[in-house]
Design a protein around this ligand. Structure first.
Ligand SMILES: NC(=O)c1ccc[n+]([C@@H]2O[C@H](COP(=O)([O-])OP(=O)(O)OC[C@H]3O[C@@H](n4cnc5c(N)ncnc54)[C@H](O)[C@@H]3O)[C@@H](O)[C@H]2O)c1
Length: 331
């Protein structure tokens, strides 16, 4: 039997996890994909099932994880990731970021594996410096509506650093900024799929606030490349991966209207509490350390993303947006 590198990817049936599975399978790793399907879909990884270097565990990472055999890497990506998700399932979000990472770290220690966590730009909260460098400590409200997600991710970073410092575990922290691409859900509450969904359904595009807040969007292939390179360094401090190309939400809405050819208008609604006004990664570290920078322009990435959504049947579109959280919530 071939001596392949073995990697466990948690959150494998989600948007990012499924693209990571694709990449590591292609690089000839043996991929062990794990997911409890709370926000992910088997459809995202179903094409990998016939492959001999892929297997799927339907498992909740907040419960003890047993993986037979050797393990070289663990990517802990399981977590509700969009505001709609983590507001609906706040306790699961805190658990996957605390009990989940503890289980993964225990496993990494037992197997002597390198562990990477999916951290986030949300650790910077509503930032007071722009763009955000990795040494900025953030401006987070722990009891605000986003606290469950932001603090879970900050706790994960602290846990990972503790295992690195105390047990000498090989660890990586990637701070991911807004990423988009095929397999996102249209109703996950993030602005990019929300606009595409509204345009495809022929609805007006909703802007919260005056539209002058800015965002930057990284295409998923660029992110996966950054993650792949970071995993293969020995750098254990956080690294921002994102696209610094900033755009106001108003200009972005106009771009989507033009791209989709919709005749809809823009409508304005009040801004939700703690909505960040600006988000832009400083990617100097990724450039210097990994020789990485985003390659896919917004125009090209949006075209690919739109093509994906257009390729889905109305039933599939409905299925993507279907939630059944009740099944998972123990009251
Ligand atoms: N998409 C982004 O722009 C972005 C930005 C920053 C950070 N991240 C991080 O990247 C990771 C993936 O995000 P995504 O956008 O792919 O979200 P996603 O919701 O599509 O994927 C998350 C996956 O984790 C699974 N999951 C959740 N709790 C679990 C548990 N207890 N046990 C097993 N599986 C569980 C879900 O079923 C889902 O398949 C998350 O950790 C998220 O915080 C994403």
């Amino acid at each position: 039997m071939k001596d392949r590198k073995r990697i466990l990817i948690t959150g494998a049936a989600g948007f990012l996890g499924s693209h990571l599975c694709d990449r590591f399978v292609k690089e000839d790793f043996y991929v062990i994909a794990m997911d409890n399907l709370i926000t992910g879909r088997l459809k995202n990884i179903e094409h990998l099932f016939p492959l001999e270097n892929f297997e799927f565990y339907h498992h909740d990472v907040t419960k003890f994880i047993h993986i037979p055999g050797k393990l070289d890497y663990i990517l802990h990506f399981a977590s509700p990731a969009s505001p709609i998700d983590y507001l609906k399932i706040p306790i699961q979000t805190l658990k996957v970021g605390s009990l989940g990472i503890h289980n993964c770290l225990g496993l990494a220690k037992a197997k002597n594996a390198t562990l990477m966590i999916a951290s986030t730009s949300e650790v910077y909260g509503d930032p007071q410096i722009h763009p955000q460098t990795e040494d900025y400590w953030g401006h987070v409200n722990p009891i605000g509506p986003r606290g469950v997600y932001d603090e879970a991710k900050r706790f994960q970073e602290a846990m990972v650093m503790a295992y690195h410092n105390f047990h000498g575990l090989e660890t990586r922290i990637v701070r991911i900024f807004n990423t988009y691409g095929p397999r996102m859900r249209l109703n996950d509450g993030r602005v990019l799929p929300a606009f595409i969904g509204q345009a495809l359904r022929g609805e007006d595009l909703t802007i919260f606030g005056d539209g002058m807040q800015t965002r930057s969007f990284c295409y998923v292939d660029d992110l996966v490349e950054g993650i792949f390179r970071l995993l293969h360094t020995n750098y254990y401090l956080p690294v921002n991966i994102g696209n610094p190309d900033e755009i106001t939400i108003k200009d972005f809405a106009e771009e989507i209207i033009k791209l989709t050819g919709t005749s809809q208008k823009i409508v304005y609604r009040p801004l939700p509490e703690n909505d960040p006004k600006q988000r832009q990664p400083d990617i100097t570290k990724a450039r210097e350390l990994l020789g990485w920078e985003p390659k896919v322009s917004r125009a090209e990435g949006l075209k690919k993303t739109l093509a994906y959504f257009k390729s889905l049947s109305p039933d599939e579109l409905k299925e993507i947006d279907h939630y059944n959280f009740d099944k998972y919530i123990i009251k």
